[in-house]
Design a protein around this ligand. Structure first.
Ligand code: DX5
Ligand code: ZN
Length: 224
């Protein structure tokens, strides 16, 4: 199967929140294909970040798609606000709502791409019936809530299974991605790499993104 191109989605969680617009510009200049926005409510995950008003401000300073990852309970109450704030992709956690099928349909009706996310403990079978409704599946490779955690190696098998399940749709991975784990997840079938601490703690965002993309190129030349 020809896989979709590799894209890099830097997670703002590890950037300097006092300089969000500048950090976005620097990441885009360094080669980011989209910007990953981690929304946390202090309930679904034990951390709090930002909501629709901040996203709406960021939208004005960002030329690439905003990849919004909602780690919030009752996402149905907020997706319209995130769509109006300028989200391009809205990822909901399958564990966070009673009605993921209805919600994914609604996200598309609002004009956004729809993504479904699974925590490490959630089996891939739980999203099988949703695959026709999604543009992206996001596999959490750490327990969500914080940047800088270690990649959970057991997620590689899940990535492989989901790649078979979703054909050429986007398969995003999030948590503990660096140049070593990037090559493992790409081999397993991931094509959108979220990276927070690896990029924003690197002395050169350009080098960090180039390193991740080189892993992808190596995989592509191996498979040709
Ligand atoms: C974790 C967030 C991630 C996080 C990844 O809850 O969803 O997007 O920022 O951070 P790193 O790349 O540092 O593991
Ligand atoms: Zn995330």
């Amino acid at each position: 199967m020809k896989l979709p191109h590799i894209k890099i989605s830097p997670s703002l969680l590890s950037c300097d929140f006092g300089r969000l617009a500048e950090e976005i510009a620097a990441a885009v200049e360094a080669g980011a294909d989209m910007i990953h926005c981690d929304v946390m409510d202090g309930h679904f995950v034990p951390n709090i970040t930002f909501g629709p008003p901040v996203l709406a401000s960021l939208r004005r300073y960002c030329e690439v798609p905003l990849d919004v990852h909602l780690m919030i309970e009752r996402p149905e109450n907020y997706i319209q606000a995130f769509a109006e704030a300028g989200a391009d992709i809205i990822n909901i956690q399958v564990e966070a709502t009673q009605h993921p099928h209805r919600l994914l349909t609604r996200i598309r009706e609002l004009g956004c791409k729809a993504g479904i996310t699974l925590n490490p403990g959630t089996p891939e079978e739980s999203i099988e019936y949703l695959t026709d409704l999604v543009d992206m599946v996001l596999v959490m490779t750490v327990n969500p809530g914080f940047g800088g955690q270690a990649f959970i190696p057991e997620m590689v098998r899940k990535i492989k299974n989901i790649r078979v399940m979703i054909g050429d749709r986007d398969l995003e991975v999030d948590g503990g991605i660096d140049e070593t784990t990037a090559s493992e997840v790409i081999d397993a079938g991931a094509n959108v790499l979220v990276a927070g601490s690896y990029i924003f703690n690197h002395h050169s965002y350009f080098d960090a993104i180039r390193n991740l993309k080189q892993m992808a190129e190596a995989r592509e030349s191996k498979s040709n």
